[in-house]
Structures are given as C-alpha cells and as structure tokens.
Write a new protein. Sequence first.
Length: 226
Amino acid sequence: MRQSIAGTEARRLLGGGPVVLVTTAWRGNSNVMPAAYVTPVSFEPPLIGLAVHPTRHTYDMIRHSEEFALNLPSRELLHHCQYLGSVTGREVDKLDLTKLPTFRARHVDAPLLEGCVGYIECGVHDAMTMGDHTLFVGKVLAAQVEQGAFEGTWRLDDPDLKPLHYLGLNYYAQFGERLEARVPKPEEDASEEAGSERREAETEAERREREEEERDRRRREGESGT
Ligand SMILES: Cc1cc2nc3c(=O)[nH]c(=O)nc-3n(C[C@H](O)[C@H](O)[C@H](O)COP(=O)(O)O)c2cc1C
C-alpha cells in the first residue's frame, strides 16, 4: 500500500545530503546562511552546484564576490543552523550577532566557521536560473576536513565528527555507521558461505593486502566518476 504525496514534497524524499553553511564576503561584510540544495556536478574539474533563491542576501553576496565557502556543520551547530536560516543578512549581521568563531580561508575572502567537520572553498564557474532558484556552479579551490572525521569517506565513528543532514522543516539527522559493501571478483564464488570460509583461512597479512586492493579499486572507481 502506497500513499501519494505532492510533487512539491518529493524533494524531502531526497533529504539527507549534508547541510552546509554558506559563508560569503564582499567589501568588508560577511554573511552566512544554511543550504540544503547542494550537490557535486563534476569530478574533473571538481564542480559543486548550490541552488540559492534570488531573495537571499547570500545571492547578492555571491553575485558580487563570485566566490563562496561551504562549511559542513557538526551537531554542535544544530540550533545555529536553524537560526541562521530564519534571519537575513540584509537586516542583521549574523556572524557578529552569533559570535561564531571564524578563521581565514585559504583562497576566498569568506570566513570559515569553527565547529564544522569539512570546508569547501569555491569560485563561481557558472550560474543559471532553474525554476525559482539560481544554481551557482562553484569550482573547488580548496577543501579541508577536521582531523579524524574523514578517511576517503566520512568515518562516522565519532558522533561529534559527523556531518549534519537536513530532513526538512526543523528536523536534522546524523548518519549511523559506515557500511562496507563487498563485490565478488568474477572468478570468485559469489556465495557468502564460500567467502566467509575463505576469510577465516586468511592470515592477517593477506587480510590487509585484500583491504588495500579494495581501497585502490574504490579509489579508481571514484576517479572514473562512479
Ligand atoms: C536547513 C536549511 C536549509 C536551507 N537551504 C536553502 C537552500 O538550499 N537554498 C536557499 O536559497 N535557501 C535555503 N534555506 C533558506 C535560507 O537559509 C534562509 O532564507 C536564510 O535566512 C537566507 O539568509 P540570507 O538572506 O542572509 O542569505 C535553507 C534554510 C534552512 C534552515
């Protein structure tokens, strides 16, 4: 049994990508707003799409400065995230008001926010209007992660070092654990039973070698864009 939902609600089914705090700076002023409409769009060059409604102060800041930074908050900034999305930088200086500690970015003037697990600095590569939002396509100029949070992917072993995901309304979530999928090689017997017997017979060195090979394979697949 299934239930229909409105087309305008469909976006919520895709909720769960990390929420970002977009920081911007222009002529000595800076601003911050949360955004959930953010996605990678190209592997090489690395490009990231960020959809911003033209009524946002952030929209003008990006248009003028042609750059922005994405700060990926940890749960420490949960309530800040909601608040920063409820007021506009046109009326209040949100960074001054919240006293959020910041530090200098490497390539852009926008400040970076403490209390985040990842940072991506972008220069505007393209901008196009999509329905009622403008999709800014940012070229990645620099990226940083908090120590211990990331190892090829998010590690997800420390709740304070996980990104936050926006579900919609005033609900957020954190991912649970990192699950590793194993795809059998063509010559391998795909049955799980055979696999577990084989793994039991493995020495520690063989196990490490197999894990290393799997990491290489995943890296290669990542490079080919999968
Ligand atoms: C969690 C969350 C995610 C949001 N995602 C977006 C988004 O992707 N794009 C957008 O234009 N506005 C988004 N908003 C709304 C803006 O953050 C909000 O209008 C904000 O007050 C704009 O600030 P500004 O005018 O200072 O730029 C989001 C709000 C919240 C709370």
